[in-house]
Design a protein around this ligand. Structure first.
Ligand SMILES: Nc1ncnc2c1ncn2[C@@H]1O[C@H](COP(=O)(O)OP(=O)(O)OP(=O)(O)O)[C@@H](O)[C@H]1O
Ligand SMILES: [Mg+2]
Length: 307
């Protein structure tokens, strides 16, 4: 088990992490969710030893992590937020460099490279220079580079940002395989709550350097008084009624809907629909659906996760 205890990190005047406590079980697929600037990357950098915390510590199975030996470093595979590859070199050479960096023996390395290329679906493109790759292919190669040394824990920092849907699905699949078939612990940061819902068995929501909620999807949505969201189709008419709707609860405006978390008397559906009638909002503009993590975030912070 990876344990993060009372970790604090300040950058000049910014309190990036304000005392983080987390336990991440071996073999779990753990999501770290939060908006821009929440402290996700800082926390990952502390876990892998790139940054030293101002207070607190990280331990594995009750042993504090000391990062000055290769054995400890080899426990982690890190897929950074910014793609870190030698763009002018072929994929294969990149894989060799990363494998050697982590001390993988030559014979072992060739086997590992074949395995990693197959895993990320790039076997046919291994001799191509990285700069000719699409954004999604570079991401996949970056993941391949991070797993050659057989790490116990793989940390992925927003691996699907700027990635086409096909590569995104490929990334989901390869991470699932690493988790389910190879038993790797995955720590996955994202600000896409729907990704976390699909992938993670446990997650923590981080905001302004603090963990504001933790659990599995059920436990997190149970924080809401109501487990359903009220969605009103967004159009010129319903937008003209926004002031009236705001009086009924919290409104989260998404691309196609005005999502409502009802408050007070409007938690009762009878009163909710009576109010919709008063506002002349037709029944067929209203849908009731299962609450999402976005709703949990809105409920906990009063803010939307994404601007
Ligand atoms: N090297 C640094 N120097 C100064 N401030 C920093 C540094 N690294 C991070 N910060 C600040 O610490 C806070 C947390 O940043 P961090 O990169 O950890 O957030 P994040 O959750 O990864 O955000 P994003 O989703 O945008 O990647 C931010 O306010 C950021 O500006
Ligand atoms: Mg980040």
């Amino acid at each position: 088990m990876l344990q993060i205890s009372s970790v604090v990190k300040n950058f000049d005047k910014v309190q990036a992490l304000k005392g983080i406590d987390l336990k991440i079980e071996k073999g779990s697929f753990f999501g770290l969710l939060g908006p821009n600037g929440a402290g996700k990357t800082t926390l990952l950098n502390i876990i892998i030893g790139f940054l030293t915390p101002d207070a607190g510590h990280v331990s594995i199975d009750n042993e504090p992590l000391i990062y000055d030996n290769l054995k400890m470093k080899k426990k982690f595979g890190y897929v950074p937020q910014e793609i870190a590859l030698y763009q002018e070199l072929p994929a294969l050479t990149n894989l060799k460099i990363f494998g050697e960096l982590y001390g993988v023996g030559k014979k072992e390395l060739n086997k590992k490279i074949d395995w990693a290329l197959e895993l990320v679906g790039l076997s046919g493109r291994q001799r191509d220079v990285v700069k000719t790759y699409s954004g999604g292919m570079k991401r996949r190669l970056n993941i391949a580079c991070s797993v050659l040394h057989d790490p116990e824990i793989i940390l992925c920092d927003e691996p699907t940002v700027g990635v086409d849907p096909q590569s995104r699905n490929a990334i989901f699949e390869m991470l699932r395989r690493l988790n389910k078939e190879e038993g790797k612990t995955i720590i996955y940061t994202t600000h896409y709550m729907e990704e976390a819902e699909q992938l993670c068995d446990r997650m923590a929501i981080i905001d302004y350097g603090e963990i504001i909620a933790e659990g599995n999807l059920n436990e997190l949505t149970n924080l809401l008084e109501k487990k359903e969201t009220v969605k009103i189709v967004k159009n010129d008419f319903t937008l003209s009624k926004i002031e009236g709707l705001k009086g009924m609860g919290l409104i989260n405006e998404t691309e196609f809907y005005l999502e409502l978390i009802p408050k007070g008397e409007f938690k009762k559906y009878a009163l909710l629909f009576t109010k919709f009638q008063e506002l002349n909002i037709p029944d067929d503009s209203v849908e009731i659906s299962r609450a999402s993590l976005e709703d949990v975030f809105l409920f906990l912070t009063g803010r939307k996760l994404r601007d």
